[in-house]
Write a protein of this length. Sequence first.
Length: 202
Amino acid sequence: MIGYDDIEQAIKDLLAQQQNSGKWPWLATVKSYGGEFDEDLLGVVKRFPAIWVTTAGSDGSPEKIAHNKVKDSVKVVVLVGASSMRNEEARRHGAGADIGTYSMLKHVRALLINNTLRGVGLEGLDPLELGKTKTIFNTIVRGQSISVLAQEFTTGFVIKASDRDREEQATEETIERINFDYIFAQHGEPVASDLVELKKGN
């Protein structure tokens, strides 16, 4: 069964593939987001250009598709961050060998839109659909221009109540024969008996 951690890890694995293969030589850091921007922003900037991944959870309206199955809708957020010593425009557009967040976002979108992550071993995930884009940071800290953008994606997967399946299967397999005794009041004991065999699946 797929979990939120599986989705997050699969996206990180896919991003790391681009980094390690040399397709994205500009990428310095791939991590799960854990509130880094709330603590040491200058320390985070040292690891730019960087991409973080986090799962924002369900939208709270799972779709029931069978007696023991529901489809969960999930929001995933990918953050891209870049900095520049030049100016405000350079941190977004890039300059010289430095990549900007607009270009990073373009690469991320091209990689993830309609991706099921099957290529990194995740089975059963719906294709990732593009969501909203938000500006997280667009500021200057100690002479460095910083830009961080957040790109949302939505997807879904089926949750199956496997324990219930096993219980129902055990019940179906156990009740295969039913014996009926016919008792008349005046006799007080069975005078006839029927054995009914049930077909599996009934």
